[in-house]
Design a protein around this ligand. Structure first.
Ligand SMILES: O=P(O)(O)O[C@@H]1[C@@H](OP(=O)(O)O)[C@H](OP(=O)(O)O)[C@H](O)[C@H](OP(=O)(O)O)[C@H]1OP(=O)(O)O
Ligand SMILES: Nc1ncnc2c1ncn2[C@@H]1O[C@H](COP(=O)(O)OP(=O)(O)OP(=O)(O)O)[C@@H](O)[C@H]1O
Length: 452
């Protein structure tokens, strides 16, 4: 950033706002997306702010310098508060932030490792993350469970996030982080402390005793309310324009998810395909993620095609809108879902831009703000979610919608290979050993039976 001029930084920030307005608002809907605006700030103020917040920044973020030179910044609403009121609320507020990650298994025929058609990227990536020390243990969370629309699977996914939050779950009370990782090495999940914070929200006038029973009851209420909110929504948006045909979908379950493993052990059939209501944010996010039609394996050669073209005609970078502007024309080109490669740069460029948008949707977060409302406050038109002992006004917003850079594609390609190879080498090999031991045991068993 520091090598850029102020004018370039202004343009970069304006591009983020335009991308939100012209692309993400279109796909996800007006109410979920808050684009913010570029503002100019006195340099003195920025420098003081930077010093003040330095000690609060997670260690892993400190390699990224804050821009204190350009005087430009992006001003966003506080999404940990309700977005349905245009004035500050003074009622207590809870906010649950979820980074759900990629909710589908690639369906592209360009995928070379069969495993990628069975196990989702998140579940595979977990093993590499633990091996490299990013996290201490493998999470039971699988995005496909959360995106399934099936309440049981969604409960399982949310409970798994509560057990092992990593960077996928945070909970704020009145804007303050009360649960989830400040950093990679944060302490283990303490459900009783969380329940202590949440009890007044879910059991306001009830003398529910403390202890494990109370903790379980409070957590259950939280999971139910979040599930209801995630399944709610009639907000318009044009993600429907992206609806994939039956051939353009992966399997509905990930073989590594403990939920589907346990179903298989019980001899149950695979669960129903996504039952997400079309108006809800999860559904729309998934549709945008599926703009990754070819998988990185099919996309990378197309990226190389664009690169070769740019090496020959570097001045064309602007015309191709690689770094913006992210305007209506840019949006319209994203709607072309054809996968027939006619060998042109135009085709390659469309797929590259779609991939960048899909990657953005795979890495964004959902903020759910909940504020208890009085039992008789039914006159206003705000969305309300009931829990068994209280009711909440709520709002749902998306966070972190800046378009992933064109330059990150080679990194994505390498990382994909690393994730799959590590998974195949270690986990799958281990599974195979267990399987073959079991197979041997059953052979042995058969032999014994023969002897008898
Ligand atoms: O590649 P992934 O799936 O590991 O995602 C990265 C995230 O890691 P995660 O898997 O969520 O722990 C990663 O999250 P953390 O910074 O590690 O919390 C970033 O969001 C990164 O985006 P960017 O490069 O900073 O724009 C993300 O990179 P992109 O792939 O979205 O560019
Ligand atoms: N508008 C907002 N309202 C409330 N909380 C926010 C808002 N923006 C960011 N946050 C909080 O700050 C965290 C970090 O935000 P974000 O990932 O957007 O930062 P970033 O600038 O992209 O950081 P980095 O560059 O290090 O990835 C979020 O996970 C969220 O908890």
């Amino acid at each position: 950033m520091s090598s850029k001029t102020s004018e370039e930084i202004f343009q970069h920030l304006q591009n983020i706002v335009d991308f939100g307005k012209n692309v993400m608002k279109e796909f996800l809907g007006e109410n979920y997306v808050h684009c913010g605006e570029v503002v100019q700030l006195p340099l003195d103020f920025v420098k003081q702010l930077c010093l003040k917040i330095q000690c609060e920044r997670p260690e892993s973020r400190c390699d990224k310098d804050l821009d204190t030179l350009s005087g430009y910044a992006l001003c966003l609403p506080n999404l940990a508060r309700l977005q349905t009121y245009h004035f500050a609320e003074h009622r207590p507020i809870l906010c649950v932030e979820i980074k759900p990650k990629c909710g589908f298994i690639p369906f592209s025929s360009d995928v070379t490792h069969e495993m990628k058609h069975k196990v989702c990227r998140y579940c595979m990536h977990q093993h590499l993350k633990v091996a490299t020390g990013k996290w201490k243990q493998i999470s039971k969370y699988c995005p496909l469970d959360l995106y399934s629309g099936n309440k049981q699977r969604m409960y399982f996914a949310l409970k798994s996030l509560l057990q092992e939050a990593q960077n996928n779950l945070k909970i704020f009370k009145n804007g303050e982080l009360i649960y989830g990782c400040k950093d990679a090495r944060s302490p283990v999940a303490d459900w009783s402390e969380l329940a202590h914070h949440l009890k007044p929200f879910f059991f306001p006038s009830n003398g529910l005793a403390s202890g494990p029973h109370c903790t379980r009851a409070v957590i259950r209420e939280l999971v139910r309310v979040i599930t209801r909110v995630l399944l709610s929504g009639s907000d318009k948006g044009r993600a429907g324009a992206l609806r994939s045909g039956p051939g353009l979908r992966g399997p509905p379950i990930c073989e590594a998810s403990p939920f589907s493993r346990s179903l298989r052990c019980q001899g149950k059939n695979t669960p129903e395909r996504s039952g997400l209501p079309k108006g809800c944010l999860l559904y729309k996010t998934l549709q945008v993620q599926m703009l990754d039609l070819l998988d990185i394996e099919g996309l990378y050669p197309l990226y190389r095609r664009v690169e070769r073209y740019l090496e020959e005609f570097p001045e064309e970078r602007k015309t191709l809108q690689i770094d913006g502007p992210y305007d209506e024309a840019f949006y319209q080109r994203l709607l072309d879902l054809s996968t027939e490669d006619d060998g042109t740069v135009a085709f390659a460029l469309t797929k590259v831009q779609q991939y960048r948008v899909a990657m953005t949707a795979k890495d964004c977060s959902i903020m759910i703000a909940l504020s208890p409302c009085l039992q008789d406050a039914s006159s206003d038109q705000r969305p309300i979610v009931p829990s068994s002992r209280s009711r909440f006004a709520f709002s749902v917003s998306v966070l972190d919608l800046d378009l992933k850079p064109y330059e990150s594609i080679p990194h994505q390609y390498k990382l994909d290979g690393k994730i799959v190879n590590y998974y195949l080498k270690t986990v799958h090999a281990k599974d195979a050993t267990v399987m073959s031991t079991r197979f041997k045991e059953s052979e042995d068993c058969t032999l014994v039976l023969h002897k008898v």
